[in-house]
Design a protein around this ligand. Structure first.
Ligand SMILES: NC(=O)c1ccc[n+]([C@@H]2O[C@H](COP(=O)([O-])OP(=O)(O)OC[C@H]3O[C@@H](n4cnc5c(N)ncnc54)[C@H](OP(=O)(O)O)[C@@H]3O)[C@@H](O)[C@H]2O)c1
Length: 294
């Protein structure tokens, strides 16, 4: 087993996943430094030079890139900004990682798939994104793969929830305070994933010297409505969650109807079976909302 000990986490200061990575890395004995928008603005022209200077100073064994343009609907109207963070940035980070001989872990998304397949997507399935967000994330994967980095991991994940930043579960539980009835979409099904679990599984893949594309999510599948209902139940909220069709909740970007990810390749590489999303959700709700959940 390889021992990597110093990490640089892009997005480690304020990102939903970045913060979980920082916590899990440090708890696992790594030295971890993070960047936030105030340390490096990745949309600025000097971002590459700033990152190089930081990598030269810190000499990380591994860079985790958890920065992205993640506002799926806004991306439809701001494709250039989405392209900059989701395609050009990973390409730039990949070049820096190559120059400084460090491992790179980059995060991508289930939204590289259209959702028309109807069974869990494997890493062998051909991506066919239907949104600007999905297209730019796929372009980021392709740009990284084109660099031919020896030590590059691309982790596709999905439907993140966890501590440290507003996320779907928190939004639902907050709305339960002010509404008796909430309508939530039932005809989009995916793989809810707990950021601390994803961070742990990412480390397992690094330790296993994984290379190329992996799907890493919690086990099982759910619709947004099922995820919301379980969160409200665990937090003991007196709120009815009603199933509504996507047509009843129009959004600018098209979402895949079924984007569950198959984790077989991850399990074979690490020997780890991801735990069910419901178990992870219970841990999150009980920790984040102790008075309500216990
Ligand atoms: N969230 C999901 O459900 C989901 C699903 C599948 C895949 N992913 C992928 O997982 C990765 C992490 O997602 P996430 O949900 O943790 O994202 P997030 O919470 O939106 O965090 C993104 C990070 O990028 C930073 N950032 C954005 N623009 C920046 C800029 N111009 N300069 C510097 N930093 C900038 C943000 O900084 P600020 O905090 O200052 O804004 C934040 O730290 C992304 O690659 C995403 O595509 C996420």
């Amino acid at each position: 087993m390889t021992s990597f000990r110093r990490a640089l986490v892009l997005g480690g200061h304020g990102g939903l996943l970045g913060q979980a990575l920082m916590d899990v890395l440090r708890a696992s004995g790594w030295e971890a430094e993070g960047t936030g928008r105030s340390s490096i603005d990745y949309a600025a022209p000097d971002a590459g030079a700033c990152l190089e200077a930081l990598v030269e100073k810190l000499e990380p064994d591994c860079i985790f890139n958890a920065v992205g343009y993640t506002r799926v609907d806004d991306a439809e109207e701001h494709p250039a900004e989405a392209d900059l963070l989701n395609r050009a940035l990973p390409s730039m980070v990949g070049r820096v990682a190559k120059n400084f001989h460090c491992r790179l872990v980059h995060y991508s998304t289930d939204f590289v798939f259209s959702g028309k397949k109807g069974t869990p997507y494997t890493v062998e399935d051909t991506p066919d994104p239907v949104s600007v967000y999905g297209k730019t994330k796929l372009a980021g994967e392709e740009a990284l793969l084109a660099l031919g980095l020896e030590q590059c991991l691309i982790i596709r994940t999905a439907w993140l929830f966890g501590p440290g930043k507003k996320n779907f579960v928190q939004t639902i539980l907050d709305r339960c305070w002010i509404s008796q009835v909430i309508g939530v979409v039932h005809d989009q099904v995916g793989s809810p994933t707990y950021t601390p679990d994803l961070a742990c599984y990412s480390l397992k893949l690094v330790e296993a010297e994984g290379r190329g594309i992996y799907h890493v999510v919690n086990a099982g599948e759910a619709s947004w409505c099922e995820l919301a209902s379980e969160a409200a139940r665990l937090a003991q909220k007196e709120c009815s969650i009603n199933a509504i069709p996507s047509a009843g909740y129009p959004q600018k970007a098209i979402r895949p109807a079924y984007s569950v990810l198959d984790t077989t390749k991850f399990e074979q590489a690490t020997g780890v079976t991801p735990r069910p999303w419901l178990q992870a959700l219970q841990e999150y709700v009980f920790r984040a909302y102790p008075a309500e959940g216990t």
